[in-house]
Design a protein around this ligand. Sequence first.
Ligand code: GLA
Length: 356
Amino acid sequence: MIVKQCVLAVALFLQIYSVASQEIPSLPTIFSDKFKFGFGGLNDQVVRKGLADSSSPIFKIVTTQSNILSVNCFYPRQVQPNQADFKWDQCAPLLAYTKQFPEKTLRGHALLWPSNPKNNLEWLLVDANGKKVDREEAIKRLRTHIQTIVGRYKGQFQYWDVLNEVIDPNQSDGIRASLWKDIIGPQFIEIAFSAAREADPKAKLFYNDFNEWRPKKREMIYALVKHLKSKGLIDGLGLQQHVTLTEPTAIELDRAISRFAELGVEIHVTELDVEVNRDGRYTELTAELDQQLAKRYKELFGIYLKYAGQITAVMTFNVTDASSWLRYHPKPHLTWPLLFDAQGKPKAAFWAIADR
Ligand code: GLA
């Protein structure tokens, strides 16, 4: 009897050990004939710490589960907190990681962010006496900001989000109100793109936005990208894809991507996550919720795969549930929006999309 129990215990241990040490399939390999796969939002305390430690689950996940990374250490307030200074230290940890993997494609995020006053560089537009600079000076400052960053990393970053979230459906011209718009006019958008183009003619330049499936916004984004494309200033459109279990519907999303596909530019899904607990009803990821999330990821990837070729990359924001920004947005709450749980274990959603 004792011998039998010992044999059973050893068998159980071996089984658990082999599951724990089992390599999980690599999503970039699974999607290799469709699009690149990877992560955005890496400039997060938990992720940075993980990437600095090659034995951590985060290091392992990012290393084995990505062939593209969106490096978000270029938020304007961090790079140029005042007119005189450019700061690069915040990029050091991420660049120390990416340097070890030169085969991974890099996107830089984001050079100007008009919906976020803290990140819209408006401090460059007012002099020490509170007086607004003139148009010529504003253009000069915008160009300097963009060219200093893109020029510094010329050849290293294949993609740049030049502009993040400039569309505002509540404006009649669709362009968000800002000091840039006041002083330069909506042409500040073209000026930003052409400054980036001059600084690195080989880099692919993107426009990136959220709620991109909502019809009014969708059409405004479409018109902006079409205009920039007609001037040869843009190469792609970033769809953030901060979605929920129900919004957008599969039909709305398909309609939006099919509309954007008409533009003939590359499309990246740049910041995918699925909010499952906005109202804070759940205190844990129940088996049922886990399954709903898996079903939703399967549905989303079904649509992305349909547009493979036009969609050239898909990235989640960021790596595991532990460090998702949604846990603080719009207020602190538990949620489980990603493919890997807080410990870095693949969830049902991972297996749902890995199973093609
Ligand atoms: C937007 C930005 C991201 C990130 C999130 C969360 O989606 O594009 O870079 O900052 O907001 O703050």
